[in-house]
Design a protein around this ligand. Structure first.
Ligand code: SAM
Length: 302
């Protein structure tokens, strides 16, 4: 948003700039942590789909404020490049690629993670069914990676959009974690289907040693551990898994937190003070166009 245009975004957008967070999403993780104490005793964290990095900023600040955590490790992964953040190792990589898991495990020197989070959102194509499918695949990829890197008892948090088949995901998660809750932080717009699945107490399935295999689709990966697939027996009977509904919790102080659908009000003297971005974009899509324009080489094709 240019400085001359009216800044009518919501209160969390403004507050993020005031407090130095790279994105308003920081408040979502802060509010989820307030509710579920996600960072308690946590030393190794993987932040998936992390750019521009506000969740990593939160993780870095909250985990390293405890002096006993000076040896903690945070790995942030995104397709986009990220500007450095204190105590965070950034990887420009695709979370759906098996090599990414290898790199994370190298950074952890073989140790397992206490917490994996994913705020992933693919670029939308505008084709609704395709967008829904890609989003579902991204969540499965994050979960797949989490099952390979999480230690027993660890936690997983991922952004979801409560669509048609979400109860299937709840059932799958229920087989892998002690508790599965669907949480909506106050800072997540009430008008959006966005929520966060909070999975506590990872319990790896007995006898199953999850490994990423580039030749297996995410469906095949989870099928191997017989999750969410009805089994057909010789007598043609099914033992289909019961679909579950995860409890839904709204979090963040509901009495005093801002309403995320409200734009912030004008200051008393009706003047708006424009705030600079906390972090300038690293690789904005318009960068190449600007370079070409400067050189006089930008052609507009009609
Ligand atoms: N949590 C971030 C923060 O607080 O700054 C915001 C994340 S943003 C909503 C979603 C991110 O998902 C984008 O930066 C996008 O590049 C990333 N993403 C989408 N698909 C990905 C993939 N396959 N691998 C890695 N990152 C991906």
């Amino acid at each position: 948003m240019g400085k001359s245009s009216k800044d009518k975004r919501d209160l969390y957008y403004r507050k993020a700039k005031e407090e130095g967070w790279r994105a308003r999403s920081a408040f979502k993780l802060l509010q989820l942590n307030e509710q579920f104490e996600l960072f308690k005793g946590v030393k190794r964290v993987v932040d998936l789909c992390a750019a521009p990095g506000s969740w990593s900023q939160v993780l870095s600040r909250e985990i390293f404020k405890d002096e006993n955590n000076s040896d903690a490790k945070i790995v942030a992964v995104d397709l986009q490049p990220m500007s450095p953040i204190d105590h965070v190792t950034t990887l420009q990589a695709d979370i759906t690629h098996p090599k990414t898991l290898e790199k994370i495990l190298d950074i952890f020197e073989g140790g397992k993670a206490d917490f994996v989070c994913s705020d992933g959102a693919p670029d939308v194509t505008g084709l609704h069914d395709l967008d829904e499918y890609i989003q579902a695949q991204l969540i499965l990829s994050a979960l797949q990676l989490a099952t390979c890197v999480l230690k027993e008892g660890g936690a997983f948090v991922a952004k979801i959009f409560r669509g048609r088949d979400i109860d299937l995901l709840y059932s799958q998660l229920g087989l892998l974690f002690d508790k599965v809750i669907c949480a909506k932080p106050r800072s997540s717009r009430g008008t959006s289907l966005e929520s966060f699945i909070v999975c506590l107490g990872y319990k790896p399935r007995a006898g199953w040693n999850p490994k990423l295999n580039p030749n297996l689709s995410t469906e095949e990966f989870f099928q191997e551990m017989k999750i969410g697939r009805p089994e057909l027996h010789d007598d043609l009977s099914f033992d289909a898994e019961e679909r579950k509904v995860a409890p839904f919790i709204a979090c963040g102080d509901l009495a005093t937190s801002y309403d995320s659908d409200a734009t912030y009000t004008l200051e008393k003297d009706l003047q708006r003070t424009s705030l600079d971005p906390v972090q300038m974009p690293t690789a904005p899509p318009y960068k190449k166009a600007l370079e070409l324009k400067r050189k006089g080489e930008l052609k507009i094709i009609k």
